[in-house]
Design a binder for this molecule. Sequence first.
Ligand SMILES: [Zn+2]
Length: 408
Amino acid sequence: MDADQIEMPVFQFIFGILPLTCGAQRAFIAFVTPQFSLSFYPPLFQGFAFVLGAIVGSFLNVVIYRLPLNMSVNTPRRSFCPHCKHQIPFHQNIPLFSWIVLRARCAKCGAKIPFRYFAVELLTALLFLAIWNVCLQGGGLALVLPLWVLASLLIAATFIDFDHFIIPDEITLGGTAAGLLFSFIFPSLMGAESHWLGLAWSLAGAVLGYGLLWGVVELGKLAFGKKKLVFNPPAEFVWTRKNDDAEFAVGEEKMLWSDIFSRESDLMIMEAKGVKLDEKPAGEDTLRFHYNRLMLPGGEVMLDTLDIIKGKVAKIVIPREAMGFGDVKFIACIGAFLGWKAVLFTVVAASVFGSLVGIALMITNRRDASGRIPFGPYLALGALLWIFAGPLILDWYWQFLVPPGRTL
Ligand SMILES: [Zn+2]
């Protein structure tokens, strides 16, 4: 037997296994030493951030589907196919992977699984990775957990707002509470030195955001006027269903039903007399309408089951808000996590994005420009832009205000 025949496996062992064990050892030492540095094996931790993001994204898909329907996020424990209610076994519920392997179809009934499920998982995974990288480069690792939580809230709020024109309190108020708590535990989130200062700055951010958008909502009401319409003597009104929409006529004025409501949660209260629903007396003088339903003391009537509603109206209170209260609470949540500068930046950025998209929609398709564009996703986009590039953009903007060589 030649010497090198024995030595080869030994060399392979030494050069193969030793670096691995050294790596593990270094990882262990790095974790237990106070200034724990993650400069070694960065791809390992980046991979972890990505996989964790995909798993969280998979959970966010459940939240986005169930929360607005008032379903529990925990029960049923397993995800199910919305089409056949088949519970999805663990091995078919692996984030990103399952969607590709199952070729976007339910294994039981073959119903198509929307691309969006995959997109939410991928988006969350990429954001978790990007936040990891940003915190590693600067900012500090204490910010990773709070920013991961915030990113999850932003994604859930965005897709729920797209679907239902609401942002649930669990996300906005729950998120504000989480932001305050994180700022207390990790004051560096607010750039503060002490826990109590962190909490105070976080609270200031939340209050500023809330106050700012609350003011916008109130100003909007003033600007759009016509919050209340009084008819003396009472005027005839006719509500007529027209395919997916309806025509609403009072006296001489006619309007599209969808133009009256900008959000699913909007309410229109009508004081009327002699109301008939498809020629049947309603038996009630105060009608409370949502976009898709009429609420009566005896229960709800879905408007798509009716063809015509008639009567005489004395007073109408119509919502004319460019923005819902969900957005006001949502910016408070963003402020609690990111502070007051981020609030100002986010509101300006969201308004710019919103106007650009609004103008584009008006040019391409006038029907969509009726005001039914959710604002929450723009706020989420503005907040993300702040996390990744906010200070850079501020510096860039600042140079136009302060010429080089001069300080304020
Ligand atoms: Zn199915």
